[in-house]
Design a protein around this ligand. Structure first.
Ligand code: BGC
Length: 750
């Protein structure tokens, strides 16, 4: 393959080479038929294929009908890796059937604020959950010979000024939070392409950011795939090429093509750089399979339904109000415009035209016995008089055994292109829920939204709440199956629901101003922040109820382990309720005495387990070095401190079931000592102590070790000559520093 590509490159004219480095149209690459180089087709596709048939300057006006799956915030709440693989595989089949070669997704940006307009399209506030979900999704697609585009690299966490905003982010937060999932996915599943974002990162546009594209992505992580620009994201085409951005999309990019030509002619750009990009472009083009298949959209609808069923989170279920036995139901009232016109997907470039669409009104009506009295009231339909609708809803609710209110965030509130203004439901919906709750205590609220909402005005009045997210075309069928108990809910929240927007860690710095947003909260995103500050949440990360119960026992892990070895953790989990169900076992790690500040605990592994009534299963996790590590900006690397760590097994980030402290032996240094560090730190550090011992005599060491003498031990090393009245000289201090560097292997002397 490489030889063929090299030959092809030799045969291409400079104009042809330049042409190939940008798209031929909105969704295709260039074709050079004289050399048998075909075009490839890309479409948006995180939760369904958006195959555009017609478009104008404002966007798509007509798409092919394809399966609309739940959006990523929902899929992540399934915590089910096999499901993500299946959804990916199914999407790839549809791609193949339409001749699409690359799906422009998934988006794996971290949900820094619940206000992010595109949060529905992203997986989680947590990089580990994001990485695991995205990896399986990509595997599912790429195993079928269809490519993906991991997007948006990186720090594209808001819509406000998304084309230009400068993200100011510290190295540790960048590595641990924003790059982490990209790193894992790149290393583990090698996405065919990566899409560089519109925004700037620490002053430099992501599409020409040498540090991010070349140093980290290519050199550190060894990424060999294709880097493409987000649509229209190239600022300086020459700098972009030099940083390794291969393909500019969309095309044709006539102005930039001219610039490339001039730069090569003026020798500002080496042709070799263009050739390297071409190699990656051609490799991708020839990897794309052309065999069309036929798909069964009705079968895919079932997969979309299963995906929604796994993703729904039962947030609250007082006195086991749910499930409702439909066979014994006398009367039910369904309230809410969203029961008829469901909110099932987000808006913007990911919006697909669904193949089918189920709605709560019809599905409930068809699922209950003929004899059951069924009422509907729109409640908050906006084009009629609200007070009349409200009264009608309350009157009907008062007469029914059960009331199901479909509430949520309207499309105009969250979309690609703008951020949310707040996390509240429309006021009329809050009022409606409160009024209905006053007349009927069997009220169930079903929520459709892409990211966290505030329920404080009615949360205590409502016994049962289902977070159904934006559940895709079959969402209503899934919701009704959960309500009726045909499906035992098993979703867990992929993001924290705060009591108030103001509690969110990014609140003072979202969305920024003067073209800049400062990620001042550092690594403290989502539950990492709420736990550290001990702030009560409405619903915690990882929370989700089931109709059955699970018992955790027999946690088994060695008491002492080596950081560089693989570490096995096992436990037993049993279904002790009276229904089959699924539990998401979450493994968190907490470091007990960190030198560098760390979150209270962090998610590292999870597993979704299926258990019949009474059944138990043994679960095993394997932990490795990186699970204990943090990014140490001073050292410029990941390190594990020699310390005690707690292994925590939990049903949510708050619901801890088993834990055990273990010692992790590590030789990593958390901090390089220097003259400014106090004597006590030198004495406590293994290498530091050795450096002291080599440089000083016994009397001098005794003087330093005199713990009574805080005056000395708490002072920096550089003050020692003065403090000791030259008993320890400046020369000896320099010797200590030199010894330390030699013992660390930082420098060598004969
Ligand atoms: C979005 C991308 C999308 C592209 C093509 C951009 O505006 O940010 O996510 O893939 O358009 O539609």
């Amino acid at each position: 393959m490489d030889i063929k590509i090299d030959n092809l490159i030799e045969e291409l004219t400079l104009d042809e080479k330049i042409k190939l480095c940008s798209g031929a149209s909105m969704w295709t690459t260039e074709e050079i038929s004289r050399l048998g180089i075909p075009a490839i087709i890309m479409t948006d596709g995180p939760h369904g294929l958006r195959y555009v048939v017609e478009e104008n300057e404002f966007g798509a006006t007509s798409n092919k009908r394809t399966t609309c799956f739940p959006t990523s915030s929902a899929l992540a709440s399934s915590w089910n890796k096999d499901l993500l693989y299946l959804v990916g595989k199914t999407l790839a089949e549809e791609a193949k059937s339409l001749g699409v070669n690359i799906l422009l997704g998934p988006g794996i940006n971290i949900k820094r604020s619940p206000l992010g307009g595109r949060n529905f399209e992203y997986f989680s506030e947590d990089p580990i959950l994001t990485a695991d979900m995205a990896s399986e999704f990509i595997k599912g697609i790429q195993d079928q010979g269809v490519g993906t585009s991991l997007k948006h690299y990186v720090c594209n966490n808001q819509e406000y000024k998304r084309f230009s905003i400068n993200v100011k982010v510290a190295e540790r937060a960048l590595r641990e939070i924003y790059l982490h999932a990209f790193e894992r996915v790149v290393k583990e599943v090698k996405p065919w392409t990566i899409m560089a974002a519109y925004n700037r990162v620490n002053g430099i546009p992501a599409t020409q950011n040498n540090y991010l594209l070349k140093q980290i992505l290519r050199e550190e992580w060894g990424y060999e795939g294709l880097i493409i620009s987000d649509w229209g994201a190239v600022h300086d085409r020459i700098k972009a090429l030099k940083s390794g951005l291969d393909l500019e999309m969309p095309g044709p990019a006539r102005v930039n093509s001219e610039k490339i030509k001039q730069a090569i002619e003026k020798k500002d750009l080496e042709e070799k750089i263009l050739d390297n990009s071409l190699k990656r472009i051609l490799k991708t083009v020839f990897k794309a399979k052309k065999n069309k298949i036929i798909v069964d959209y009705e079968e895919h609808d079932k997969i979309a339904q299963k995906a929604a069923e796994e993703s729904i989170v039962l947030m609250k279920n007082e006195n086991n109000l749910l499930p409702i036995d439909f066979a014994k139901l006398n009367s039910i009232t369904v309230i809410g415009e969203m029961a008829v016109n469901p909110r099932y997907q987000g808006s913007g470039s990911s919006k697909v035209t669904p193949y089918n669409l189920s709605d709560g009104f019809t599905v409930i009506k068809n699922s209950i016995p003929k004899s059951t009295e069924f009422n509907y009231s729109s409640g908050y339909k906006t084009d009629e008089k609200l007070e009349i609708q409200l009264k009608d809803a309350v009157n009907k609710a008062a007469k029914s055994d059960y009331v199901i209110v479909f509430a949520g965030i309207p499309e105009e509130y969250e979309s690609e292109g703008f951020d949310r203004k707040n996390i509240d439901l429309p006021e009329i919906q809050n009022k409606l829920i409160n009024e209905v709750a006053k007349v009927n205590e069997n009220i169930i609220v079903v929520l459709n939204n892409g990211s966290a909402v505030n329920m404080s005005s009615w949360i205590n009045e409502v016994p049962a709440i289902l977070e159904a997210w934006l559940p895709g075309q079959a969402g209503a069928k899934a919701i009704v199956n959960v309500i009726s108990g045909k499906v035992n809910p098993s979703g867990k929240l992929s993001e924290t629901f705060p009591v108030a927007l103001e509690h969110n860690p990014s609140h003072l710095n979202f969305p920024g101003f003067n073209e800049e947003v400062n990620y001042a909260e550092g690594i403290y995103i989502g539950y990492r922040y709420f736990e550290k500050k001990n702030i009560t949440t409405q619903f915690t990360f990882g929370h989700g109820l089931s109709y059955t119960e699970f018992e955790y026992k027999n946690l088994n892990v060695k008491n002492e382990v080596e950081a560089r070895n693989k570490i096995k953790v096992s436990l037993k989990i049993k279904n002790i309720g009276n229904r089959a169900g699924k539990e998401v076992v979450q493994l968190y790690i907490s470091q007990k005495n960190p030198y560098y500040d760390r979150p209270v605990k962090e998610l590292k592994k999870f597993k979704k387990v299926v258990l019949n009534i009474g059944e138990s299963k043994e679960i095993e996790f394997t932990l490795s070095y990186r699970d204990f590590a943090y990014y140490n900006p001073e050292i410029g690397d990941w390190i594990v401190e020699n310390d005690i760590y707690e292994i925590i097994l939990a049903s949510s980030s708050k619901d801890i079931r088993l834990k055990k402290q273990i010692r992790v032996n590590s030789k990593d240094t958390a901090h390089n000592l220097d003259v400014n560090d106090p004597v006590i730190d030198w004495l406590n550090d293994q290498i530091g102590k050795k450096a002291l011992m080599e440089a000083l005599n016994d009397n001098q060491i005794d003087y330093l070790e005199d713990k009574e003498n805080i005056y000395v031990t708490e002072r920096p090393l550089y003050r020692l000559d003065f403090l000791s009245e030259n008993m320890i000289t400046e020369k000896e201090i320099n010797k200590i520093i030199l010894n330390y560097r030699i013992f660390r292997g930082d420098c060598y002397f004969n």
